[in-house]
Write a protein that binds this ligand. Sequence first.
Ligand code: ZN
Length: 125
Amino acid sequence: MVDVSYYCPRCGAVAELDRDPYLADKSVTPFPLEGWMYVSPADDYESEAADGVKFVCGADAAEWSHPPESDADGEPGCGEPFYLNFVRYENGEEVSGQPESEYVQLAEGMAPSGPQGPNGPGFSR
Ligand SMILES: [Zn+2]
């Protein structure tokens, strides 16, 4: 297990989570990605069913601390949810999980060159 720090995208509070190093982080977002299955840090986020972790800033079962530059007193966290997204694969391809991004496939512009017939008999000795 390793300790990994995640920063709230809203207030910068830091959550520390124990997790297996093999899990691949994709991103931390203030909103859930379409198609991702989130669990809370108290749940089994290392199970295969979980695609990410939903934190409630300052409130969940993680270690919370203030942003590095902050000298604020009291409990860290803004109480808003944010989302840690693991990398997901579908059919061996990484799922982009960015509903607002539009990836245009240009594969059709890559037309293969036509079949190349034999160019005559060539050299013969
Ligand atoms: Zn926050």
